[in-house]
Write a protein that binds this ligand. Structure first.
Ligand SMILES: [Fe+2]
Length: 202
């Protein structure tokens, strides 16, 4: 399928302008969330290489990282049965559902455990979950579809794959540092606009 990378490029441009105006911590808000909602309202732009599941592990494909590391955009690809550990983020985040569905279970950290905070919530295509370290952002996420791949698009207030954060043992509350990295060494090429420019040639 031809990926309409223009949508992704337009989102990156808007997020960059917001980062220029408001900085990494100030760019999150209704304008950015609306731009992300518009991005996931269409399912014609994600390159197949960034939508491919792994038989064992959920995938985190970097779509774009701001050169000043003020934000990053990542496609999470969930195979059936795949889930994260209980983890935090250290920066603000938006989780926007593109295909399928995922569950998120929030947790509260106590001195001796991580306890579930309410019931799991399901995210459907087009819906966005907001994460903020200020409000408590510990959660576990898993594919809600037992027999299909689900994909969510995550936007973070930093280069999320290179940020030191934490995983938690929910039974003991034990905390371990971790850095997620990314699943691929490659990012989509947003900048080859030659085909559209060729159409303008006389
Ligand atoms: Fe998360």
């Amino acid at each position: 399928m031809f990926a309409n990378l223009g949508r992704l490029r337009a989102f990156v441009a808007e997020a960059t302008l917001l980062a220029d105006r408001h900085g990494s911590s100030g760019m999150a808000g209704p304008t950015l969330q609306a731009a992300l909602a518009d991005l996931v309202a269409h399912d014609d732009w994600l390159p197949e290489s960034c939508a491919a599941p792994h038989p064992e592990y959920y995938q985190q494909h970097l779509l774009h990282c701001d050169p000043l590391e003020r934000f990053s955009l990542v496609s999470f690809v969930w195979g059936p049965g795949q889930s994260t550990p209980v983890h935090d983020h250290a920066v603000w985040g938006y989780v926007a559902m593109l295909r399928g569905s995922e569950f998120s279970q929030r947790y509260l950290k106590t001195a001796s455990a991580c306890v579930p905070d309410g019931a799991p919530t399901a995210l459907q295509p087009g819906q966005i979950d907001v994460l903020s370290p200020l409000g408590g952002d510990i959660h576990r996420v898993w594919n809600a579809c037992e027999d299909a791949v689900s994909i969510s698009i995550h936007l973070y207030g930093g280069n999320i794959g290179a940020i030191a954060r934490h995983v938690f043992d929910p039974d003991t509350g034990q905390t371990k540092p971790f850095v997620s990295g990314y699943s691929s060494a490659h990012v989509p090429n947003l900048w080859d606009r030659s085909a559209e420019v060729r159409l303008t040639l006389k």
